[in-house]
Write a protein that binds this ligand. Structure first.
Ligand SMILES: Cc1cc2nc3c(=O)[nH]c(=O)nc-3n(C[C@H](O)[C@H](O)[C@H](O)COP(=O)(O)OP(=O)(O)OC[C@H]3O[C@@H](n4cnc5c(N)ncnc54)[C@H](O)[C@@H]3O)c2cc1C
Length: 330
């Protein structure tokens, strides 16, 4: 890591299995499996998505599954660390308060003790009304840079706010996304180009747009679609409370999930091949071949409640990752 100023910042990437990831990318050869394990259902990846899928299965009474995680610690982007002072997040550090439409997220929040009788637990709600920004050697309220802003900047903030209100009213920028999203030319242009097209050229507003896309997508406005960039602003209600947060950020959610489903999680298991056949889906990870039988036409019982039966040798989604498409096994 290099510092922008003269002082060098010592640091390193952590929890980052990039050598393993590069082996996948480069279609390296992996050892042949030494054992086979049949299990109705396999979840790949122990980030919030995989863990909450596991939570839901268990809650519905289905326990015959495994979750395979490549790292030694589950949590994905919501992993956390701890030092003598405090726990701390490595990446995802807050949960926007889920709206009424996000029924499943709210169900999870209730189960984890964040939401009780329709009320958010005050301990987890960020108390301050606004985030604060340190810019030009001063703290300030809100995220739109006020210190140093000219009348022209303020005029553009106002116009930007109005455009976002219009976008919100269009009903396309929803959470969950699938309620409102439909194909649009905004998918095909960058947020930066959309800003230019709308004559938003204030440096401070552009800084704010980049801050927001970096925060949510880890990418600059020029590398984020216009739709996604607008979604960041237009999907939130102006009077939205919160967000919800903890010292270890979303690691708190992961810890609570692991208390419930940790026994299904196998770490150090990078899936390097997924191959569907008529009878099962075969997944290779470490020295094991997992045969997921859920959803095949021979399986019976509770497993099928959770799987859409699919005769899936043609199911492109199962080999959706380009890195999983051309396996080579010794
Ligand atoms: C820097 C940063 C900050 C963020 N901050 C927030 C925030 O504050 N609030 C918020 O709501 N969202 C935030 N997000 C977004 C949020 O982190 C993601 O939306 C969320 O983590 C996605 O969860 P996921 O389970 O889909 O993926 P991930 O968290 O990426 O988890 C995927 C998991 O799958 C594992 N995996 C990958 N490939 C394989 C394989 N082949 N075999 C086995 N395991 C595999 C990975 O190791 C990982 O554990 C942030 C994102 C970033 C990058």
């Amino acid at each position: 890591m290099t510092a922008k100023a003269e002082r060098r910042i010592d640091g390193q990437f952590v929890n980052d299995s990039f050598p393993l990831g590069h082996r996948l990318r480069d279609h390296a050869a992996f050892g042949a499996p030494k054992q086979t394990r049949k299990v109705p259902l396999v979840i790949v990846g122990g980030g919030c998505a995989g863990l909450s899928a596991a939570w839901r299965l268990r809650k519905k009474g289905f326990q015959d599954f495994v979750l395979l995680e490549m790292e030694s610690q589950a949590g994905g982007n919501a992993r956390w660390g701890e030092n003598p002072v405090s726990r701390y997040p490595w990446a995802a550090h807050y949960l926007p308060v889920p709206n009424k439409e996000s029924a499943l997220v709210r169900e999870l929040c209730e189960d984890l003790g964040m939401l009780e009788n329709g009320k958010w637990n005050e301990r987890f709600l960020v108390f301050a009304e606004q985030e604060r920004l340190y810019m030009n050697h001063r703290w300030q309220d809100g995220l739109e840079p006020e210190v140093g802003a000219t009348a022209r900047d303020r005029d553009q903030y106002k116009r930007f706010g109005e455009r976002m209100r219009e976008m919100r009213a269009s009903g396309q920028f929803t959470k969950p996304i699938d309620i409102g999203a439909k194909p649009t030319p905004l998918d095909k242009m960058s947020f930066e180009d959309w800003m230019k097209q709308e004559r938003f050229d204030s440096e401070l507003l552009r800084w704010y747009a980049n801050y927001s896309t970096r925060d949510d997508y880890g990418a600059l406005a020029r590398d984020t679609s216009a739709w996604a960039g607008i979604h960041e602003f237009a999907s939130r209600e102006p009077e939205e409370k919160g967000p919800l947060t903890w010292p270890e950020g979303n690691g708190w959610i992961v810890r609570r999930l692991l208390e419930r489903v940790g026994r299904f999680v196998l770490t150090g298991q990078m899936v390097h091949r997924i191959r569907p056949s008529k009878r099962h889906v075969s997944l290779l990870a470490a020295d094991t071949e997992y045969r997921a039988t859920c959803g095949n036409r021979f399986s019976r019982g509770p497993a099928n409640e959770f799987c859409r039966p699919t005769n899936s040798s043609r199911d492109a989604n199962l080999s959706g990752s380009p890195n999983l498409r051309k396996p080579r096994t010794r």
